[in-house]
Every structure is written in structure tokens, then in C-alpha cells.
Ligand binder design. Structure first.
Ligand code: UFG
Length: 333
């Protein structure tokens, strides 16, 4: 596959988007990045053309499609913080849902019929099962999760009415960094567990506050499934291959199938880094389910994908190398 085929990548200057562009390029595709740079970085776009703008700008999307003639789209552009979505749900409705309404309209009007969409494990909400498969009931408990569930519903309608085929990925917790050191995670402000642990170890800002010790889990802290961003990038390349081969719409979990509690992540980070992680304990963060761990079997079956780099220690080590680089260089790269 590949053959320098153009792929439109909305949000390709962000964390998962930029790693995916690199993987697309390495697989022989040409990623065309559309990003408004509200959270992405221009310097992370290195593997194809860049257009600065919003996915909601129908005219611009139409011009890009006419000019570059992409054969498929990957849609990463989104606000992504669970906690923020509880404080400011309107932002998530506008940035995620409304902008996607206009994006899909422009894609359809310009004849683009294949899309890979970044959804999230946040659509599932609370779960009693050990690992969650795609048949698990949807039940988001925060506006971020709602926004992703609504967009999944839009894509189902576009499939049924217009024949637009989609691979919907429900990511569990994306983490890690490019093993060659070209890319990594740089949110501003940072709200995610692993980069904040690393910043605490480097004594950047206050020690991390860990949210809640009284969840219904063995050690009382929330359990998550951390999946390496390079594994996620690989899944997107496989999804493009699948759609271009004529594969029908499908929803797939992307996770490692292993859950770690917040306390276990702190312990592993301390061992990997060889130093204590300054931290303090705080109250629960509203909107956090106790446990989210993937059953990724369907992605194995449909795409022949599996997480290969998501062992927690090596994932933390890759993120650590990136974080140290950021602190000695001036950000972004
Ligand atoms: N946590 C802390 N302190 C912090 C930050 C996080 O204790 O300062 C805890 C959270 O409470 C949670 C765990 O660490 O229990 C992971 O939190 P993150 O903020 O790193 O990630 P989330 O699980 O909230 O959300 C992430 C992505 C979402 C995605 C979700 C799917 O941000 O986009 O994973 O599981 F939907």
C-alpha cells in the first residue's frame, strides 16, 4: 500500500496525529495536515504539506480536497481533557461536535467517503468487567465522552445514508513518545498522568496531585490501560489500508489489555527513572471512571493489529527521554 497516496489528516500537528503522519509517511502515504494549531505544533508537521485552518471551514476543506485529492481522511482534531470537559462542556460541544458537523458535510460534498475517526474509551463510562469489548454498553459520564459518542452516531448515520465508511477507534490512554526522539507529548497545560509524573520527577512546577484513593479498585486508585502512541499510529496506517481495500465500517478498541492503577504507575515510574516521584494525594477528579481496560481482540482480528510497544516501563522510558529533551531544549522541538 502507500504509493504516495494522499491522506488528509485533521489534527495532524497534535500528539497522536503527528506520530500517525510519520507512520503514514514511512508506509508510503503522503499525509496532508489540516490543523488550527490551537493545541498542535507547527514543528510536528514534517512528513507532508501543512494547511493551517479549522475543520469547520467548509470552503477551506473543499479547496484542500480538490487540490490534493486525498483518498481517505483521519480525523484527530478534538479537545481531549476529561476534567476540562466537566468544567466547560460548551467547549467540547462546539470544538468536537459542531466542528465535526461541518467537516463531515464538506467531506461528503467533496466526495470523500472513507474516514478514520478518533473516538475514546470515555464513551464507555463505568464498567464492572475486567476488559471492555466493543459490545459493552455506551454510557459516558463526562461531556468529553458524550461528544465522542455523538460523533460516532453521526458517522453511523453517514454510513447508512451516504455510504461513508469509517474505522472508529476507541483509544484507551495514549502515552509514550516516538522511539527515534522526533516527536512526543506536549500539552499546554499538561493534564495527563504520565507527563505530569515526569515533570514532577524533573521538579517542574508543583508535585503532581493524584486524584482519589477511595475508588472501588484493589488499591483504591483509578485503573487505566496505557497504550503507546506508536502502536496507535500503526493502527491508523492499518485502518487506511483496510478502508482502501474496501473494508466496511467498524468500531475498534485500541488498548494493551493490561490495566495499571495510578499508584502502580507512580511506582513503575519511580523504578524506571531511579528516583522518587514527588506527589501529593487529592480528591477525586469529577468525571473519572474507576476502571477502563480494553479488550482489543477485534482490532487483532480485523486489522491484524496489536500493541507491541505498550509495556508500561518502556512506554514511560520513551516518554521520559522526550520530556528530558523538552526541558533542555526550548519547546517545542
Ligand atoms: N490523574 C491524576 N492526577 C493528574 C492527572 C491524572 O491522578 O494530575 C489520574 C486520573 O484521575 C486518572 C488517570 O490519572 O485516573 C489518568 O488520567 P489522564 O488525565 O492521564 O487520562 P484520562 O483517563 O482522564 O483520559 C485519557 C485521555 C482521554 C481518553 C481517556 C480514555 O485524556 O482523551 O484517556 O481512557 F478518552
Amino acid at each position: 500500500m502507500g504509493q504516495n497516496l494522499p491522506i488528509l489528516v485533521a489534527g495532524g500537528a497534535g500528539f497522536i496525529g503527528s506520530h500517525t503522519c510519520k507512520a503514514l509517511f514511512q508506509a508510503g502515504y503522503c499525509p496532508i495536515v489540516l490543523d488550527n494549531l490551537c493545541t498542535g505544533y507547527r514543528d510536528y508537521v514534517k512528513w507532508g504539506p501543512f494547511i493551517e485552518g479549522s475543520i469547520s471551514n467548509e470552503g477551506l476543506v473543499g479547496e484542500i480536497v480538490q487540490h490534493y485529492q486525498p483518498c481517505a481522511v483521519i480525523h484527530f482534531a478534538s479537545s481531549i481533557n476529561v476534567g476540562e470537559s466537566v468544567q466547560d462542556p460548551q467547549k467540547y460541544i462546539l470544538n468536537n461536535v459542531c466542528d465535526t458537523v461541518f467537516f463531515l458535510k464538506a467531506l461528503r460534498e467533496n466526495g470523500l467517503e472513507k474516514i478514520v475517526f478518533s473516538s475514546s474509551a470515555a464513551v464507555y463510562g463505568p464498567s464492572q468487567v475486567k476488559t471492555i469489548d466493543e459490545g459493552h454498553p455506551i454510557g459516558p459520564i463526562n461531556p468529553y465522552g458524550y461528544s465522542k459518542a455523538w460523533m460516532e452516531t453521526m458517522l453511523a448515520s453517514y454510513r447508512d445514508a451516504y455510504g461513508m465508511q469509517s474505522v472508529i477507534f476507541r483509544y484507551f490512554n495514549a502515552a509514550g513518545a516516538d522511539k527515534e526522539g522526533e516527536l512526543g507529548e506536549s500539552h499546554d497545560p499538561e493534564t495527563h498522568l504520565i507527563p505530569l509524573i515526569l515533570q514532577s520527577a524533573l521538579e517542574i512546577g508543583d508535585p503532581i496531585t493524584l486524584f482519589g484513593q477511595n475508588y472501588d479498585t484493589p488499591d483504591g486508585t483509578c485503573i487505566r490501560d496505557y497504550v503507546h502512541v506508536m502502536d496507535l499510529a500503526d493502527a491508523h496506517v492499518k485502518a487506511i489500508d483496510y478502508l482502501l481495500d474496501g473494508g466496511p465500517s467498524v468500531i475498534l478498541n485500541l488498548g494493551s489489555e493490561v490495566g495499571y492503577s495510578v499508584a502502580e504507575v507512580i511506582k513503575t515510574a519511580s523504578e524506571v527513572l531511579g528516583c522518587p516521584i514527588p506527589h501529593k494525594w487529592g480528591a477525586r477528579r469529577e468525571g473519572d471512571p474507576a476502571r477502563l481496560v480494553a479488550n482489543p481482540q477485534k482490532a487483532k482480528t480485523v486489522l491484524h493489529w496489536q500493541a507491541r510497544h505498550s509495556d508500561l516501563s518502556s512506554l514511560i522510558l520513551d516518554a521520559w527521554k522526550w520530556q528530558r529533551r523538552l526541558t533542555s531544549d526550548s519547546r517545542p522541538l
